[in-house]
Design a protein around this ligand. Sequence first.
Ligand SMILES: Cc1ncc(COP(=O)(O)O)c(C=O)c1O
Length: 383
Amino acid sequence: MAHEISERELQLPPAMIEKLIKYASERKDVISLGPGEPDFPAPRPLVDYTEKIAGRCSHYSPPGGRRDLKEAIIKKLKKENRIRCSEENIVVTAGSQEALLLATAATHDATEQMLVPEPGFLAYIPTIEMMDAVPVSLPLRESEGFQVNPDRLKKLITKKTQALMINTPSNPTGAVMPKKLLEEIADIAVERDIYIFSDEAYERIIYGGKHVSPGSLNGMHDYVISFFTFSKTYAMCGYRLGYCAAPVDVADAVKKMHVYTSICAPTISQMLGVKALSLPRRHVDSMVKEYKRRRDYLVKRLNEMGLRTRMPQGAFYAFSNIQKYSKDSWRFAQRLLREQKVAVIPGTEFGPSGEGYIRCSFATKMPLIEKACDRMEKFLRKN
Ligand SMILES: Cc1ncc(COP(=O)(O)O)c(C=O)c1O
């Protein structure tokens, strides 16, 4: 039988990154700087707790999240993010990716637009397209530190614009947005009456500077939908646990659709989430300390071999300019993989403005990073 596939699905770009990561993971001789997830296991107390609660979590959880988890999230948001909210503002989801999708659906009718700074997280554009809304590219420039330029942002806002995505710390550039810039953007959002989608997946993976949550800024309560995840902070990607904090009507709409999509985030993960939020900071701090050591080493090596790389201030990615060697980041990544068995992600996976760049993840063990750098150096010398 010829199966009819919807136009919506056919329009989606194939996830090339999946192919690359699959190839790298199947070949023992390949070193992958591709991963978008922590290489650490979840902290020991969480692993132990998983065994303890295994027999107690076979039922659905209440729509939108267990009460104990929501209470713990509210405390965390107040203390760490300076966001004040109550239970009605929170929706617990299967990873923050689900919340991003449902919040897009909740706030965008077909043909309405969301501004997406790019290079940016590779799921943003397909997520918006899946909801029949329209992603509008806001190109970020290396010369501007991959920061949103408020003047260029203003020019892109139209009557159809419903929201602006921001992601600090950023995947893939590692840029962290300063408070002053966030305030400027917040003023624009209020003036033009658009939502800010604030993706804070890497809120705790930050080196030296300070993470500022846009939802904590004066008067932004009604304008910001904030997205958080346990995936990166607690190395819990596989547990699929995230949440959003939104104005009550938006949260209600997200919750309604969440019931029809995943019903609830896995109960075992929600119970672990409560435990994770009670852990002392040192569990996360020790991972961040190790990421920083790897970051310093990798960025130095990349610059020394002629791949200009800004020092990432957060997340665990180095975003390198390859233009001295190639104008085609996909071809560059493929040849590097074929000739030297090092997997990196071509910048175009993160949007058209990623052309001329590659992303190297340092969520990879130090000896492998060292070896990968030696191989990359060899590759560049030959080419
Ligand atoms: C910027 C960003 N946002 C959101 C996500 C989705 O994370 P999860 O669905 O695991 O919470 C990711 C995952 O890589 C990411 O990098």
